[in-house]
Ligand binder design. Structure first.
Ligand SMILES: CC(=O)N[C@H]1[C@@H](OP(=O)(O)OP(=O)(O)OC[C@H]2O[C@@H](n3ccc(=O)[nH]c3=O)[C@H](O)[C@@H]2O)O[C@H](CO)[C@@H](O)[C@@H]1O
Length: 363
């Protein structure tokens, strides 16, 4: 009997790439996979590279602050709920897996109204608002950090880690050297500011370029519309807005990495054992989870950290040099980590629920 799953999640790549990581194993297990995301969000652009049906719904953001859109977004969400219900009735999945983000709320709530079991996943240390709205109706809530277990209902919480795309460990260094027009004789610093880029990191890196270029070639993933045209011809410096398939090659080429401390990004750095300097998003512009992520990795000896409030070009140069000098220490520490196989744990959990329900219906 065929098995069907609907995946949802979007807004930023951190709510999408873990779903992508699950695709090969779900296919092996015989699932027909569909995706429900927003009409035109990042998830649509990333999922269209895979051969699975995509259903777009209307979405709105849940804000804790005043914005005129707070008056119109509820109607968008209600519309999205109706569309999600319609698509779910059409697809008739055995289960829904949600990676969070605002688009996932109407999908999970609609699935619950149709008695379709939902499993949701929280990558960060504390649950985001979208997941908080879904926890009451979820069958299970997967999480990435042991610390998160305390914030979740005991009977629903499962520690799984965050699924990482297998292909990331299969990069080709030579392909990346060619892509960036770099030589093989000088170390490579990779800078990645999360899936949307990070303006403060971009500025510090660009101001520090004259010094950094003495020792490194720099590949900078700077975010949508954040390329600096004045630096396009700078030798030893390559900029990209966002990398899809080439990301694995750039990881393979990187000797050291400067990164935001998004939950998935840091798990990938750990899995790939890349010595890294984290600059977490400040508490002023977020709920502070990246700071917790970064401090946890620093304490475990996997990462160096700069507080964004103290970020300056000179401090960046000093810390990058220190990181490169001590890189083997970080590689050794990361080599001792007991990182979970999240893809295996989550797909087994999902398949277990589906098989149990099918067996129940067959009785
Ligand atoms: C500003 C913001 O709200 N950030 C949040 C967002 O970050 P963000 O969406 O940046 O998520 P993460 O850093 O966790 O993950 C980014 C993902 O995008 C991928 N990637 C990135 C750049 C690129 O060019 N190509 C590419 O494939 C990375 O490999 C990774 O898989 O979600 C994370 C997970 O909930 C949170 O921890 C972050 O606090």
């Amino acid at each position: 009997m065929s098995k069907k799953i609907v995946l949802t999640g979007g807004g930023t790549a951190g709510h999408i790439t873990p779903n992508i990581a699950l695709l090969p194993r779900l296919s092996q297990l015989g699932y027909e996979i569909s995706y429900i995301g927003s009409y035109n969000g990042m998830e649509k652009k990333l999922i269209e590279d895979y051969d699975i049906p995509y259903y777009g719904i209307s979405t709105g953001k849940f804000r804790r602050y005043f914005d005129l859109k707070n008056f119109t977004d509820p109607f968008r969400v209600i519309k999205g709920y109706g569309e999600a219900r319609k698509y779910l009735k059409e697809i008739r999945p055995d289960i829904v897996f949600s990676k969070g983000g605002f688009v996932s709320v109407p999908v999970v709530r609609a699935a619950s109204s149709l008695k379709i079991p939902c499993v949701i996943h929280e990558s960060d240390m504390t649950p985001g608002l979208a997941n908080k709205l879904c926890i009451p109706v979820a069958a299970k809530v997967c999480c990435n950090f042991p610390e998160t277990l305390h914030s979740l209902p005991t009977e629903k919480a499962v520690l799984t880690g965050s699924p990482i795309r297998d292909e990331l460990s299969k990069g080709n260094k030579l392909a990346a050297l060619e892509l960036c027009h770099f030589t093989a004789n000088k170390p490579v610093l990779m800078v990645i500011g999360g899936s949307l880029g990070a303006a403060s990191i971009n500025q510090a890196v660009r101001e520090a370029l004259p010094k950094l270029l003495n020792d490194f070639q720099i590949v900078h993933i700077c975010g949508h519309e954040k390329i600096d045209n004045l630096l396009l011809n700078q030798s030893g410096y390559a900029q990209f807005e966002y990398l899809k398939a080439e990301l694995k090659d750039v990881f393979a080429m990187a000797d050291v990495v400067v990164s935001r401390a998004g939950a998935n990004a840091i798990c990938e750095l750990l899995a790939l054992k890349k010595p890294n300097l984290l600059i977490p998003l400040s508490a002023g512009s977020s709920r502070g989870d990246q700071i917790l992520n970064a401090r946890s990795f620093e304490t475990q000896g996997y990462s160096m950290v700069i507080d964004e409030d103290y970020l300056s070009p000179d401090l960046l140069v000093e810390k990058v040099q220190e990181l490169y000098f001590n890189r083997q220490t970080y590689i050794n520490a990361m080599g001792k980590s007991q990182q979970m196989n999240a893809t295996k744990t989550i797909t087994e959990l999902l398949d277990g629920i589906v098989e149990e329900n099918k067996a129940g219906k067959g009785k």
